[in-house]
Design a protein. Sequence first.
Length: 231
Amino acid sequence: MKLISDAFTIKKIPKVFWSSEDSYNLKPKPLTFIFLVFGLFLFGLGESLLITSGAGVGPYTVLAQGISNLTNWSLGLSTFVISIFVLMLWIPLKQKPGIGTILNAFIIALTIEFSVYFLPYPELYPLKVLQVVIGVLTIGIGSGFYLICNLGAGPRDGLMIGLQKVTNMPIYSIRTTIEISVVVLGSICLLNNLDKLLGEVVGLGTVIFALGIGPSVALGITIVGKLSKEA
């Protein structure tokens, strides 16, 4: 119970003995680099579990679908534009990129590309929901490893960290607020296409992700931080 209560109050990414001192570090310790790759692999695997569950896509995919619906851009182009926009929000928040920011895109994309062929595609709805929950928890643990490396966050996590520093709110509440806002904005963009909105894009999995990813990431950071010796 204490672990869970700590997760709901954690505000900063902890520094442990294998954390990098500087996010610009291009030659991290081998253990730091291993944990970075491992964390990003888990993150990608969690995303794949959500995709193959068939219970609804993630919030940022809802937004990408919405933008695609309004502009006739491809889903890939919409996703790219969203990532660039989120990175631009880093500037006023004074967030620093690093090799983790670059590897975030490559490792997660490669993991999704290959893992979707080997993961289950459940037919029973309770199993679909269970797979979403497992995916959200996997992303949370993966986030714990790669964020504590302090080698640069991905666009979305960097936005979360930057807003946390500005507001001093707990990590889980910042992430949850972001995800819900993204789902709402994407859904508004899809209001003229309700069949697509309710039939293909937004599902129970989307809701579980939006409400659960904040606590999951905070729990992952707390668990990994406590399992490692503080710096």
